[in-house]
Write a protein that binds this ligand. Sequence first.
Ligand code: ADP
Length: 217
Amino acid sequence: MNLLLYGAPGSGKGTQANMPRSHFGIPHIATGDMLRAEIAAQTDLGRQAQPILAAGKYVSDDIMIGIVRNRVIQPDCVPGFIMDGFPRTVPQAAALDDLMAALGKRFDRVIYLKVPVDDLLHRLSGRLVCPTCQRTYPPGTARCEADGSALIQREDDRAQAVRPRIEIYLEKTVPILDHYRGGGLVSEIDGRGTIEEISRHVLAAVNGRMSKTQKTA
Ligand code: ADP
């Protein structure tokens, strides 16, 4: 089972990855989380990426393609994976096609979490995150419900970075939807509602695809 989670910053990709991850027992590959781990560990890549993330811009395609290439060949990816945050540009989408073909894999479904821009701006501004498990919370929350960690604000959720992130998403990332729509792979899901409601829709979209595959197999 290989799933691609697609959506704008703040659309809920990280939150919605939890359900298929536990349901199918496959890893969640989140390029933003990987970059933040590099920053926290103060690696060369982390030092290079930190100001780019803080400004809400995109890290270069070459770097991102290299990171993903190294990740998908790890043994835990053999049964499948959930890709989140990649591809974000047309060249990244083309590179991912090549990578999947080389691995003999294909995406079973592209889950598009659709949220209007006004809601995205509202959700991201002031959003808090658990530094331990990456769960997100609304402004004013003190601690993570899951592990009790004190919540922090991501540097790129500060007001000055939020609008550039949405703008770059609209310019560079929206065009890749057409790339996947052509293959009939995209399930568009309303990203507004409770986490549980949206998860039900995600699971239904994934299962719909599975039963179709089984019928034609
Ligand atoms: P969000 O989708 O909420 O913006 P992410 O955690 O997915 O957050 O990504 C955070 C940041 O990491 C992005 O704003 C960007 O700077 C960088 N990044 C992550 N994935 C990519 C990618 N595929 N290409 C370029 N930059 C990326």
